[in-house]
Design a protein around this ligand. Structure first.
Ligand SMILES: *Cc1c(COP(=O)(O)O)cnc(C)c1O
Length: 376
């Protein structure tokens, strides 16, 4: 869901990309992005393109041909990141965990000890294909200890759970606008630490991509410089500014706190339907609930029923989890009690109609119990 204020911002008349009034919009975005990223990084911008553009930009700028990157892989997005490393001429050292589990920091340390020189460690904080919530602090510590750069994918996490760039010591981080920031897709918030900037300045060969060359893009975003690089996607930037203002008005802590009870209530309500969470307790994302669907349930058919009869879209499994799990997003504006109760009610109706459940009311009762414990 996108807030009406963001939709209205999208339809604002256009300005030139070097118009002083538009430069003010860019300044606002940088200031607001530093708040959500919890950073003082001067290089904090929005890359033109969706989250995958940020993913490519992270590798294109940090990795030179032959550089090794340790990539944590426990789902689709870690896998994609390793592919990007290889396409950029780097060497991906894969540290794998079963899909749904988190990456063990000890396995990262082992890879750091056993591999030759390593340029960076790349970790997905919120693996959207499994719902696993990866802790970052101990891996950040290892990166400092071994003097390698720490790259984090915060596409789904930013604006839903803490992403503490400065306190944890993250060097490169990107996100997307259409997950917990509740903005249409099209931009990738992106931040670089001074260490990352120094590494980019020290490159032996220029960035293989001209479009994503952060050394060039810096001259457009840096106050005082503002040199044309490529035309900024003006309307998307209007929308992002408004979406970030909404995050700021709510307050980061309040926003994180809003996501938590909604996911707990959803899980409580799904339990009587036989839908159990995939990631282990303590590592379940509050904005993305992933549950395994019992084999006797025709999961794709039920998802179609939900969409056509109730107007509710939930996600199916990807890759090896196709047909086996559901991924239910409660991100940003969409994380509401109404959404939780509406979905549970719809599923319960479908379950009863198909004879999988005989007692009505069990899902709502379980969810309501969670909400009654929450003090607003
Ligand atoms: C959605 C997502 C991406 C890719 O973002 P796009 O906007 O689809 O390009 C990358 N990483 C994670 C963890 C995501 O959830």
């Amino acid at each position: 869901m996108v807030h009406p204020r963001v939709l209205r911002a999208l339809s604002t008349p256009l300005l030139g990309h070097l118009d002083p009034a538009f430069l003010d919009v860019m300044n606002d975005i940088q200031t607001l992005l530093r708040v959500v990223f919890q950073t003082t990084n001067r290089f904090t911008i929005a890359v033109s393109g969706t989250g995958s553009a940020g993913m490519e930009a992270s590798i294109l700028n940090i990795v030179e041909p032959g550089d090794a990157v340790i990539v944590g892989i426990n789902g689709v997005f870690g896998t994609r990141w390793a592919t990007v490393v290889e396409r950029c001429g780097g060497k991906a050292i894969r540290v794998e965990a079963p899909w749904g589990q988190i990456i063990d920091p000890a396995a990262i340390e082992q890879a750091l000890n056993r591999s030759g020189p390593v340029k960076a460690v790349a970790i997905v904080q919120a693996e959207t294909s499994t719902g696993a919530w990866q802790p970052l602090e101990s891996i950040a510590y290892l990166c400092r200890k071994h003097d390698v750069l720490f790259l984090v994918d915060a596409v789904t996490s930013l604006g839903g759970v803490p992403v503490e760039i400065d306190r944890w010591g993250i060097d490169v981080c990107y996100s997307g606008t259409q997950k917990c920031l509740s903005c249409p897709p099209g931009l990738s918030p992106f931040t670089l630490s001074d260490r990352a900037l120094a590494s980019i300045k020290a490159r032996r060969i220029p960035c293989q991509s001209w479009y994503f060359d952060m050394a060039l893009i810096a001259d457009y975003w840096a106050e005082g410089a503002r040199a044309y690089h490529h035309t900024a996607p003006i309307s998307m930037l209007y929308a992002l500014r408004e979406a970030l203002r909404l995050v700021d008005e709510e307050g980061l802590l309040a926003r994180f706190a809003r996501h938590q009870p909604n996911s707990e209530a959803l899980l409580a309500g799904l339990a009587p339907l036989g839908l159990v969470p995939l990631p282990p307790v303590g590592h379940r994302l509050p904005m993305l609930t992933c549950v395994t669907v019992p084999p006797h349930i025709p999961e794709a058919e039920i998802r179609m029923n939900l969409l056509s009869a109730y107007g509710i879209e939930i996600g199916g499994g990807l890759g090896p989890l196709k047909g086996k799990i559901w991924r239910i997003g409660l991100m940003g504006e969409s994380s509401t009690e109404t959404h939780v109760l509406t979905l549970l009610n719809a599923l319960e109706e479908l379950w009863i109609r198909r004879g999988y459940l005989s007692t009505p009311g069990v899902t709502l009762e379980a969810a309501t119990q969670v909400y009654s414990r929450v003090v607003f």
